[in-house]
Design a protein around this ligand. Structure first.
Ligand SMILES: [Zn+2]
Length: 574
């Protein structure tokens, strides 16, 4: 039997307020079988807006038997609803529902709480049904996410009219429209000297090293990028940009990124050092174009991989920008892959005296395939990086390859929201996925998972041997060892035991949710690897296949595909 609860929307029903009401109704029904109906007095839940709390902030207060969620503005109301929903108890029996017990006021400290979805390699963002991606975007907003970046990666296509380019534009537009509908500003990732696959060879950028100070070739260069120092190069860059921005111009684009390397860059004598020279030949006219076409958009100038291939880029870039805010950038983005934030802006201040954003790695760190074993929670790792750079930041855009690092997204969004400790965010996440009373046990399990974070594949044998080992004709044991043994088998067994106990205490909707499944599978997969030393088993194969299904990774490339038997054979055959 379903139970009725009453809600009162005590504010103008703008499209976003209606969307918020829809999300609350959906969560109540899906997680607790509760039907929310509207009333105006003696209500269980009141949603309202009252400025004065602080930009994008909210308050949650008890009102007799009910709860009132007040947003400073529409976004604040949405984030308050997110906080509330994660604290509610949804029992198996609808009568066991309890409101979130957290009350108080919360206002974000940092203005930019973004996310970057990499939509490639047939990962979730690339291949999942678009309704699932848009639903996911809505759920991210509940954590305070207010900006979402995607990249129309030109090098795949022969011009903007290439049918494949148009298909990608349509998909990215759907994702960004979903973001806009839930109060998330859209952001476009672009490379400074980006080029199409059929860019004119005579205008292409140099990527060689060993001259002009370059001690290494730029990582991840596509070799179709354009050189802005060659006659006609800058003009072509801007022409392609104008077409591309026009394809997104009717959306609410809040940010456009201008990115130097990985991919991108030109190592020619006239552009060297790229970050302090060629890249800055593009930045002012490109920013002027952005301001003309997307008047609301702010420009984020990235410094990614400065000083990785040539020395002195940070210094030269800082000199070029000076101490006054330049008119071609509103934010500086800085970060590095792995364990450290770049030292330069922490020691010398941010060039141009601009606010700084980060680009934390939450997807690929020390695990291959990425997401290949289920969830990859990294609370202690992400906390240590945040401790080093958080106070210098105005927000950031974590790099995301899929939904398996959903918990890492929450950690970063809450770091940006209010320097909230990563373990506290794990607890709040666990409360939302399981229930408040299971939050502590799930947190214990997550911390055990992180102790076994590093996962690697071993070198695989040839196709025929693989087939014999993975599908033995005698029906005997599978022989193939394909994962390196994990570091702490004791922690893996303990984690799996805790998760088994938790699972029995979850409601059926919680047990079936993908957020629980990716955590549960990670624990069980680690325990199975610990038991067998990394050998494929029928049980392990079934768990990896379930992950393939959750990620829609049936056609995924190796780095984003769980290596079930079927996936391994497909990938070695390709
Ligand atoms: Zn050049």
């Amino acid at each position: 039997m379903t139970r009725q609860l009453t809600a009162h929307i005590d504010t103008t029903r703008t499209p976003l307020v209606s969307k918020i009401a829809e999300i609350v109704e959906r969560e109540f029904f899906e997680r607790g079988g509760l039907v929310l109906s509207e009333a105006s007095d003696a209500v269980d839940l009141t949603l309202t807006i009252r400025p004065g709390i602080g930009l994008e902030g909210f308050s949650i207060t008890a009102t007799g038997a009910g709860i009132r969620i007040t947003g400073n503005d529409e976004r604040g109301l949405l984030y308050g609803v997110g906080k509330y929903l994660r604290g509610c108890t949804f029992g198996e029996d609808a009568n066991s529902f309890c409101h979130c017990t957290w009350t108080g006021v919360s206002v974000p400290k940092r203005p930019v709480r973004g996310m970057y979805f990499a939509s490639h390699f047939h990962n979730f963002y690339h291949d999942a049904p678009v309704e699932q991606v848009t639903r996911y975007v809505e759920e991210l907003a509940l954590w305070g996410c207010n900006a979402l970046a995607v990249w129309f990666d030109m090098h795949h296509y022969n011009g903007i009219n290439d049918p494949a380019a148009q298909a990608m534009i349509q998909r990215l537009r759907a994702i960004l429209s979903a973001a806009n509908s839930v109060g998330i500003g859209a952001a476009l990732t672009t490379l400074g000297n980006e080029g199409y696959a059929n860019s004119p060879t005579e205008l292409r950028a140099d990527w060689t090293a060993g001259h002009d100070g370059y001690f290494a070739p730029p990582g991840g260069h596509y070799h179709v990028e354009l050189c802005p120092s060659k006659p006609g190069g800058l003009e072509l860059i801007l022409k392609c940009r104008e077409e591309m921005l026009a394809a997104f111009a009717d959306l609410d684009i809040e940010y456009v990124w201008n990115w130097p390397y990985d991919q991108g860059g030109c190592t020619c004598s006239d552009c060297a050092p790229w970050g302090a020279n060629g890249f800055l030949k593009i930045a002012p006219p490109y920013a002027a174009l952005i301001h003309r076409m997307l008047p609301r958009a702010k420009v984020i100038l990235s410094t990614w991989y400065f000083d990785h291939f040539i020395a002195g880029e940070w210094e030269g870039f800082a000199q070029a920008l000076g101490n006054a805010k330049p008119d071609f950038a509103d934010y500086i983005l800085a970060d590095d892959y792995g364990d450290h934030f770049p030292e330069y802006p922490l020691l010398h201040g941010v060039p141009g005296d601009l606010p700084m954003l980060n680009f934390p790695e939450i997807s690929m760190y020390n695990m291959y395939p990425w997401g290949g074993y289920g969830a990859n929670p990294l609370p202690l790792h992400l906390q240590s990086i945040w401790d080093a750079c958080g106070k210098a930041l105005s927000g950031g855009f974590p790099y995301s390859e899929g939904i398996y690092e959903d918990l890492n997204k929450a950690i970063n969004l809450q770091h940006c929201w209010g320097d909230i400790d990563a373990t506290d965010t794990v607890r709040e996440y666990a409360s939302g996925v399981g229930s408040p009373e299971l939050a502590e046990d799930i947190t214990t399990a997550v911390l055990l998972m992180e102790r076994n974070h590093t996962h690697r594949l071993v070198d695989l044998p040839n196709q025929q041997e693989l087939r014999d080992q993975l599908f033995p004709e005698d029906g005997g044991e599978l022989a193939c060892v394909f994962i390196k043994h994990i570091a702490d088998p004791g922690a893996a067994f303990q984690c799996d035991e805790i998760m088994q106990v938790i699972e029995r205490r979850l409601t059926r909707p919680a047990q079936a949710s993908w957020r629980w499944r990716v955590l549960r599978l990670r624990a069980a997969i680690d325990a199975e690897i610990a038991r067998t030393g990394g050998r494929m088993t029928v049980a392990l194969d079934a768990m990896l296949e379930e992950l393939v299904g959750i990620y829609h990774a049936q056609n995924a490339e190796a780095q984003v595909c769980p290596h079930s038997r079927r996936s391994i054979l497909r990938l070695v055959a390709e």
